[in-house]
Design a protein around this ligand. Structure first.
Ligand code: P6P
Length: 338
C-alpha cells in the first residue's frame, strides 16, 4: 500500500544501519555514515562499469603487476582509488587495507585508537570486466586497536571475529549491496533514478542445504584426493548442479539466496588456495554465518583463522551448513585414512 511503498523507498542504507543499532549514539552515527560512504563507492564503480564499452580507461590492463603478481586491470586501480577518495575528509576511516596495496593506506599520518579500518577487495573477479559479466567489491570494517604509529598494521593480524561489519556490492543486472553489522544480513538495490540503495530484503537466511556447488573444476587434478572424491560424489548423486561464474561475489550471492556451497580449495600450485583471508574470505564468512551458514578452510572455521600476514590466503568452503559439512566429511575421511 501507499504507506508501505513510501516507507520502503525511504529505507536507505544509512537509515537502516541506525534502525539496526537502535541507537543514535556517535558510534552508531559513525557506522551509518561509514556504510553510506561504502554505498557511494559502489555507485561510482557501478557507473563506470556501465560505461565500460563507451569510454577509455575501463577495459583492459594497466600493464603493471600487483603485489600478488597478478596483472592489474584498469578497473582494479580505479575501484581501489574510489574507496580511498570516498573516505578522505570523512574522519571515519583512518586506514584502508586492500588486495591492490602492499601496505595499508593511511588517511591521516597514523591511525588513532577508536577509528575504523576498511579492509576491501575493490573489484573481485575483474577478469569479468572485459566480457560484461557480473563482478563485486568486498569490504570489512574493523575498529583500530592499540597504536599503529609504526605503520606495520599488526593489529589487523587478528581473527575475523574482530570484524564489526562486512558485506559486498554485486555489480550485476542491478547493483546490490548486501551487508551485516552483526544483526542479520540485509540486501539493498541501487535505484539509479534516486541514486540510492533501497532496502530489498531483511534478515536473509541461507537455506540449510542447496543443490548448487560452485568450484572451478578445471583445477580437478590439482586438488587433494578428498576434494576429488567430493566432486565424484556430487557428479553421481541426484540433485546437484554446477554453477561457476569466475567472480566469487556472484557465485556466493547465488549460494546465499538459493543455498549450496562455493569452494576454492588449495591446489598443488597454491596449497592455500587463491582467496585472501582478511578482505575476501573473512568478510564473506562473517556475512554467511550471520545468514545461518558456515565458512571453513576445510579444517577450521574461517572466522577463527589468525592471519600471519596481511595478504594471507586460505582454502575456502562457504555456504549452507549441510553442504559445507559434506565437503568437510570427505576431508576428515581422507585424514583418517592417512
Ligand atoms: P579461478 C577472482 O580473481 C577470484 O578471486 C574470485 O572472484 C573467483 O571466484 C576466482 O578468483 C576465480 O579464480 O582460478 O577459478 O579462475
Amino acid at each position: 500500500d501507499y504507506e508501505y511503498a513510501l516507507d520502503r523507498d525511504c529505507t536507505t542504507l544509512s537509515r537502516h544501519v541506525l534502525q539496526q543499532l537502535q541507537s543514535f549514539s556517535p558510534d552508531a552515527q559513525d557506522l551509518s555514515a561509514l556504510m553510506n560512504r561504502i554505498a557511494l563507492a559502489g555507485k561510482l564503480i557501478a557507473r563506470r562499469l556501465s560505461r565500460a564499452g563507451l569510454m577509455e580507461g575501463v577495459l583492459g590492463f594497466t600493464g603493471d603487476v600487483n603485489v600478488q603478481g597478478e596483472s592489474v586491470k584498469k578497473m582494479d586501480v580505479y575501484a581501489n582509488d574510489v574507496f580511498i577518495s570516498v573516505f578522505k575528509q570523512s574522519g571515519l576511516v583512518c586506514r584502508l587495507a586492500s588486495e591492490e596495496m602492499e601496505r595499508p593506506y593511511y588517511i591521516p599520518e597514523n591511525c588513532p585508537i577508536g577509528r575504523y579500518t576498511l579492509l576491501y577487495d575493490p573489484i573481485d573477479g575483474s577478469s569479468n570486466t572485459d566480457i560484461n559479466l557480473s563482478l563485486g567489491s568486498i569490504f570489512a570494517i574493523r575498529q583500530q586497536e592499540g597504536d599503529d604509529s609504526d605503520g606495520a598494521a599488526t593489529d589487523l593480524l587478528q581473527s575475523g571475529r574482530k570484524q564489526i561489519a562486512a558485506g559486498y556490492i554485486l555489480y550485476g543486472p542491478s547493483t546490490m549491496l548486501v551487508y551485516s553489522i552483526g544483526k542479520g544480513v540485509h540486501s539493498f538495490s541501487l535505484d539509479p533514478s534516486l541514486g540510492e540503495f533501497i532496502l530489498t530484503e531483511e534478515n536473509i537466511q541461507i537455506p540449510e542445504k542447496g543443490a548448487v556447488y560452485s568450484v572451478n573444476e578445471g583445477n580437478f587434478w590439482q586438488w587433494e584426493e578428498s576434494i576429488r572424491e567430493y566432486i565424484r560424489y556430487v557428479h553421481r548423486t541426484e540433485g546437484y548442479t554446477a554453477r561457476y561464474s569466475g567472480a566469487m561475489v556472484s557465485d556466493i550471492h547465488r549460494v546465499l539466496v538459493q543455498g549450496g556451497v562455493f569452494l576454492y580449495p588449495g591446489t598443488t600450485k597454491k596449497p592455500d588456495g587463491k582467496i585472501r583471508l582478511l578482505y575476501e574470505s573473512a568478510p564473506l564468512a562473517f556475512l554467511i554465518e550471520q545468514a545461518g551458514g558456515r565458512a571453513s578452510t576445510g579444517t577450521q572455521e574461517i572466522l577463527d583463522v589468525v592471519p600471519r600476514q596481511l595478504h594471507q590466503r586460505t582454502p575456502l568452503i562457504i555456504g549452507s551448513k549441510e553442504n559445507v559439512a559434506l565437503v568437510e566429511s570427505f576431508i576428515q575421511q581422507q585424514a583418517k585414512e592417512q
